[in-house]
Write a protein that binds this ligand. Sequence first.
Ligand code: FAD
Length: 466
Amino acid sequence: MHLHWHRRDLRVSDNHGLVTAADAGDVVPVFVFDDDVLAHAGAARVRFMLDALARLRETYRERDSDLVVVRGDPTEELPRLAAEYDADGVVWNKDYSRLARTRDEAVRRALDEAGVAHDAVHDAIHHEPGSITTNAGDPYSVYTYFWKKWRNRNKADPFSPPEADSLADVSGADLPTIEELGFSDPDATIQEAGTEAARERLAAFCEDAIYRYATDRDYPERNATSRLSADLKWGTIGIREVYAATEEAAENADSDDEAKSVEEFQSQLAWREFYTHVLYFNPDVVTQNYKEYENDIAWREDEEALTAWKEGRTGYPIVDAGMRQLREEAYMHNRMRMIVASFLTKDLLIDWREGYAHFRAYLADHDTANDNGGWQWAASTGTDAQPYFRIFNPMTQGERYDPDATYIQQYVPELRDATADEIHDWPNLSPTERETVAPEYPDPIVEHSKRRDQAISMFEAARGDD
Ligand code: FAD
């Protein structure tokens, strides 16, 4: 008998750890609600996790087994459960953040003391940290080189689910409610969780949008991305299964452009792996700049502007639409994440850590590696970061990626009677024009051109330029 400890792998199919446990004998699937992990969570993420756990439990029950759920410290709960089920060992899939690695090391020690075997296997990404390095053996800090090696490496096939008769005949307690975990149900509408929903998203994407991903992914109203981020974060679908579906899509491509578009999507999966490697080798990036400047960056403290940004009331329509999408859906389109992050750091001159904390609290797909990578990129402090002098103009970004202002008007109802031109030019309209066009919508809280110059000076001072 072995325990499989589910963490960010809330699925039965394509699960390396679960298959490893099943190969060793009967499996008792367990999940531990760990208060140390919950302390860093947001309500949307917890809602998605609980829904995914409910689906996982149904899958086990259909196979005459169950998910055993407990709440507590895994260093105490896992040895206790191993004794209760007379298990010889505990298996789990590796996780790569410092918090997870420290916890896993403590669990290993506790199991050693209890005389219970343990095995942690590689599952969440195709290529484990340390397996793709420069020729000198160092981890990459530049994505392009990483991608070339990543693309050419063989990828494992999906793991089959374990045979139903290898799952132990157990019954688990009820899942806690979100309130029992210390959260209120989020206001946001969260997308459906679980393997079935993830597979539906993947199949729909591979039928159509994957072939126009390269040209359409930056335009939010074109619905050209997979929406798999929360599934990949929680592992409701395995990365090998996702990749295999994209390979099949590539085979079915009708043109070179379509095949290239599939590869463009695969390169986003590689970004996820790149940032996971960056986090693994640089665990301090969660709180520290990856890129060192000569002097500290003199970020501004501005509570009022930060609150306006969080609430989507900056008077920059594309920024406000993104921030409101986050509140409404616990999700934001990638191009909007880039725009709002640039606005916080380069227009409001506020520290990226404030933005990261807000995203962590509100995103259902918050992933330490990707969220941090995205923020440090926008703040010009990360690995392949945006150069500090290349600053997004939020008006031009809106015009380019939401030309008809459809996305903006969806999330900012105050602007529904305005024309696209009026919306994109909002900060340049006179106060009287603004009052006539959309009296409820706020005036711009900063002047972009001035803040752009200030941002460049702020970075030049950090660089120690004269
Ligand atoms: P798709 O375009 O369909 O991409 C497929 C998958 O590839 C995504 O689900 C994701 O797992 C991965 N991916 C795509 N783009 C990136 C990227 N730039 N970096 C790393 N992985 C990527 N992604 C998260 O998963 N969690 C986060 O917390 C997160 N925070 C971000 C914060 C900022 C400031 C920025 C700029 C980006 C962030 N991203 C994050 C990356 C990206 O915005 C999301 O992965 C994407 O918008 C999710 O939508 P999708 O699943 O439809 O993406």
